[in-house]
Design a protein. Sequence first.
Length: 454
Amino acid sequence: MGMAINNLPQIREECEILQLSEKQLREIMVRLHRDIEKGLGKDTHPSSIVKCWITYIQDLPNGKERGKFLALDLGGTNFRVLIINLRENHFDMQSKIYAIPQHIMTGTGIALFDHIAECLANFMMEHNVYEERLALGFTFSFPLKQVGLTKGILERWTKGFSCSGVVGTDVVQGLKDAIARRGDVQIDICAILNDTTGTLMSCAWKNHNCKIGLIVGTGSNACYVEKAELCENFEGGQSRADMLINTEWGAFGDDGALDFVRTEFDREIDVNSVNPGKQIQEKMISGMYLGELVRLALAKFTRMGLLFGGRGSDLLFQRGSFYTKYVSEIESDKAGDYTSCMEVLEELGLDHATEADMAAVRHVCECVSRRAAHLVSAGIAVLINKMGEPRVTVGIDGSVYRFHPHFHTLMCEKIAKLVQPGLQFDLMLSEDGSGRGAALVAAVACRESQQQFA
Ligand code: GLC
C-alpha cells in the first residue's frame, strides 16, 4: 500500500453545495410561506404548488373518545391493518403488516383496492370480528382533495406508487367498491385522513398544545391547525374556529422555488424517479431518497479518484443500493469509531475502504441528513411563526426522524434559530399516529354524528 493521501479536505469542499446557510434557509421560509398562503386562498389555490388541503377535521380529541375501531394505514413502506380499542386514558391496539408487492404499487387501482380489502377481511377473521360491523378510519397518505371527512379525490400519487385509474377519483369509493365486490365483511368508513393528521391527532389526545403534525419517513409532509376563516376553500361555513390543513409541502419546489439550492445529485434523483418534476422538496428530505443522495455523491467522488483509491464496486454504482437506514447506522458510530460504517461498506463490496474513506463517507451522510433536517426545520418554523401561538408542540413520526441519531437535535437547534423570538416549541415523537390517529378521527367523527342525532 502506498502512502494514504488524505482527500478529506477536498471532499469537504465538494460537499459545500449540500450546506444551507441561514440566509438561504430564510429565503426558503419566505417562499414556502408565500406558497402556503397561495394554497389557502380561493383564487390562488388552483395554480398553487403547496396545496394546503382542507381535511374537514375541526375538532381535536378531548381524551374522552371510546370504542373499538378498525384502521387502515396505506402510504409508507408498509400497509397495515389495525384494531384499536380506545379506553379511558389508554388504548389497546393490535396490528398486522402486509406487503404491497411492487406489481400492485404500479398496477391497477382495482387490484390495489382488492388487495387492501382482502387483507382487511383476513385480518377481521383472525381477530374474530369478521361478523361485526365496525367503524373504520383510513389513513391514506397521499395528496387528497377532500370533499368531506369521508370523501377524498386523489390529486397525484407520490412515493413510488402509480396505480392506474385512481387519480381524480374518490378513494373511499374505491375501497367501498372493493369491499362490496367481496361481499363478505361490513364496514363503516367514518373518515379518511393523512398520516400527518393522524400523527397530530394521536399526539393531541394527551397533549393539548399539539397543533402541528409532521412526517419525516418515506415521504415528508406536515399539517397544522389554521383559523377556519383563513381557509377560503372551505365551503362548509365557519361554525367552528379551526381547521386542520394538510399542507402537502413535499411538492414545494415543483415550480423551481428550490432550484437555487438544488444540486446535481437532486436533479439526478428526480430524473430517474417515477414522478420527475414532482415532489421536489420531498426528494431532498425523505427516507425514500436520502440514501440514494449519499450514493450519488460517493459514486461521483470515487470517479473523481477522491474515494476508495478511485476503485468502486458494482453496488456502489447501482441505483438504490445505498439504503437510507445506512445513513442512520453510519452516523450512529461514536466519533472516531467506524464499526457500522465498515459493515455498510463491506455490504457494498467496498472492503478496501481506508479509515480516511470512512471519515469521508460519514461526512457525506452528515451533510445529506443535516440538509434534510434543516429544510424540515425551516418548514416547521414557517408554521410556528404563522400560527403565532406562544407554545406549540409538534407531533412527529416517520422512519427518518425516529431512527436517525441526530435528526431531533438538529431540528431543535435550527428551529430555535428560525422562529420569532418568544415563541416556544416542543418536538414530540408521536407513537403510531397512522393507526391510533385514524381511530381517533373515526371516534371524533362518530362523537359528532351522535351529537348531531342525539
Ligand atoms: C407524501 C404524501 C403525503 C404524506 C407524506 C408522508 O408526501 O404525498 O400525503 O403525508 O408523503 O407520508
